[in-house]
Design a binder for this molecule. Structure first.
Ligand SMILES: Nc1ncnc2c1ncn2[C@@H]1O[C@H](COP(=O)(O)OP(=O)(O)OP(=O)(O)O)[C@@H](O)[C@H]1O
Ligand SMILES: [Mg+2]
Length: 256
């Protein structure tokens, strides 16, 4: 794969002496929207955190954007990787604008450039500048706060965005709206690579160009939603998607 942006080669990870991941191999192309499904404890979050160096592999190689993470400056790496988690982690005493501008400020951007970026990002995530810029996180709904989380992760225009169950605390309608918006956002942002962990099978199938199905620290199948449904590689995948198969027509029209 010539335009590979994330590559795992024989990656293993132990916590204490327990092997969580034994031999993980995969490659992601620049611009792909990857979703990750799997049982609780299957190693999804660990895999995601190894991409931005929050966790280190016990053995194996991880190449991100052409750089082997063994030799990478991790602070610098993380500035080039957006990270959105379920517990959004906005600073309560800072306004929305200040929350979005945390990293740009650390990087010493001019106030003009910061103001312009904040305005643009609020627009990108569908929040009105005038209403939200000077508000505090506690004045926003969960869905609105999650949008700020996405805006903040986009502030330095990173080529890679990692999402760890960002929508799991939201109600079904807000969640569906945000899914649609995230899909559009990905389409409009040129060539950004998204790595999105979720427990929601429909969400994974709807958003992913390819879906990684993990179980016991291994990849059961890494394939397009269509192939997962039509040709499940293992019993685990087949069982996981069993309920969805019946609803195939339902989610297919979302992809139109
Ligand atoms: N810091 C840690 N120390 C020890 N064990 C850990 C640590 N982090 C994760 N683990 C273990 O590694 C395994 C994989 O955890 P991980 O968080 O990657 O799973 P997950 O697939 O994200 O699960 P979930 O869907 O519940 O979020 C689990 O058995 C977990 O208990
Ligand atoms: Mg997890």
């Amino acid at each position: 794969m010539s335009n590979s942006i994330i590559k795992f080669k024989h990656v293993a990870k132990k916590y204490d002496k327990k092997e969580i991941i034994s031999d993980l191999n995969f490659e992601i192309k620049k611009g792909e929207f990857i979703t990750v499904l799997g049982s609780s404890g299957s190693g999804k979050t660990t895999t995601l955190k190894m991409i931005n160096g929050l966790e280190k592999p016990t053995s194996g190689e991880i190449i991100v954007n052409g750089e082997n993470l063994k030799n990478a400056n991790l602070v610098n790496l993380r500035r080039h990787i957006g990270y959105v988690v379920q517990s959004i982690g906005l600073f309560p005493h800072m306004t929305i604008a200040q929350n979005i501008a945390v990293t740009p400020k650390l990087l010493g951007w001019s106030q003009d450039k910061i103001d312009q970026t904040v305005s643009k990002l609020l627009e990108v995530v569908g929040l009105e500048d005038a209403r939200f810029k000077d508000a505090y996180p506690s004045q926003l709904s969960g869905g609105q706060q999650q949008r700020v989380g996405v805006a903040r992760a986009l502030s330095t225009n990173p080529p890679i965005m990692l999402f760890d169950e960002p929508f799991s605390a939201l109600d079904a309608i807000t969640r569906q709206n945000l899914q649609q918006e995230l899909k559009t956002l990905h389409k409009n942002l040129n060539d950004k690579t998204f790595f999105f962990v979720t427990h929601d099978i429909n969400e994974a199938l709807f958003l992913g160009d390819r879906v990684m199905v993990m179980n016991n620290g291994m990849i059961e199948q890494f394939d397009t939603p269509e192939n997962l449904i039509d040709h499940p590689a293992t019993q685990y995948v087949s069982d996981l998607l069993g309920t969805v198969q019946q609803n195939k027509n339902l989610w297919e029209h979302f992809n139109d």
